[in-house]
Design a protein around this ligand. Sequence first.
Ligand code: ARG
Length: 419
Amino acid sequence: MSEKNSEQAMAASGERKRVVLAYSGGLDTTCLVPYLQNQGYDVICVFAAVGQFGTRADMEAVREKALTLGAVASYAIDMREEYCDVAVADAIRANAMYENKYPLLSALSRPIICKHLVDIAHKEGAVAIAHGCTGKGNDQVRFELECIALDPEIEVLGPVRDWDLTTRLSEIEYCAANGIEIEVTKSSPYSIDENVWGRAIECGILEDPWNVPPADAWTITANPQDAPDEPTVVEIEFEQGLPVAVDGKRMGLLKLVEHLNEVAGKNGYGRIDMIEDRVVGLKSRECYEQPAALTIINAHKALESLCLPGDLLACKLDLEHEWARCVYRGLWYTPLKESIDAFIANTQKTVSGTVRIELYKGSCTVTGLKSDSSMYDFGLATYDDGDTYDRTAAKGFMDLFGLPNKVWAQRGAGAAKEA
Ligand code: ARG
């Protein structure tokens, strides 16, 4: 029987279709449980723990909560290690910076979350995946494109975008009408997305780009003015492009990122306030706190400048922008992203060594670099004793390197004379 026929047979027999819901525990996705049920679906909730700063505590409570809402099955999955080892690791090697400013965070977690959603849909025999994204953001694009890339047959639903319950109040009323009492908590004045790689803060008062972000927008970075008066010095060790130890202590990427969020955040480093171009065509004002992300990328770039040849660095820089744009636009599972990754992986073989960083009142300065695969040659560079550079070769080089320019100038001078 074809899939369509089996769906029709299911409907005729009164058997309900199954949908996997990307459930965050917030008001939108809570409301989606009765909504999807009323649409004839049995709902399977999946809560993805990717290191949200506020909700790290009780995954089991979130999982059970979904069952009390009427979900027929509920999962809470700790994806933090996988998120770091797969997505964050790729982003570090790529020095990922969308529009040269934003080290990505929401865009990085979606591919991992989608992978789990599709796997669970297969395991549970679900025909659709639902997300709680609005119609204005990038996340709808990522959820839909990435799920479809993983299973082109699956249907992706965006009910919050497509239905008419758009206000908080109407959602609370809808839940009440469906027997779900919502505790009326004070809603955050911002829209927040968080994971181990940082925090995104948008909406509310930030929608006017002239407004200074209020102090309560920031939660994981100190105000640089209040940060310690003494700098903190950290040494980050890299192996083949990835950080593996801080101050001589080896740790997995998740621990290392958490640690640097703490240390850099305390020193008031990691705030970003920018106007960003969304995939759906509009500009938005976005604030981010990404202390570990910015510190690691800063250090990684510095080490690459020591270990890689200049032409490779220049070519990689172009591809880094392409990589970030690609991931931002939900094109994670594509041959373009995979091919850039292959290039980048090849560049990282010799990116090993130690970077000394000084964190001080909102700044992060590289103050030292060393590597066994350093291309910096003291003998070639020095102006003091020990010079090994052959200056006599410079003269001939100048003649050839400047030759096209010389010819151009000669012709130009000739043409100017004729005129
Ligand atoms: N603009 C960022 C991005 O697209 C952050 C989105 C954050 N989502 C949110 N609900 N606040 O990657």
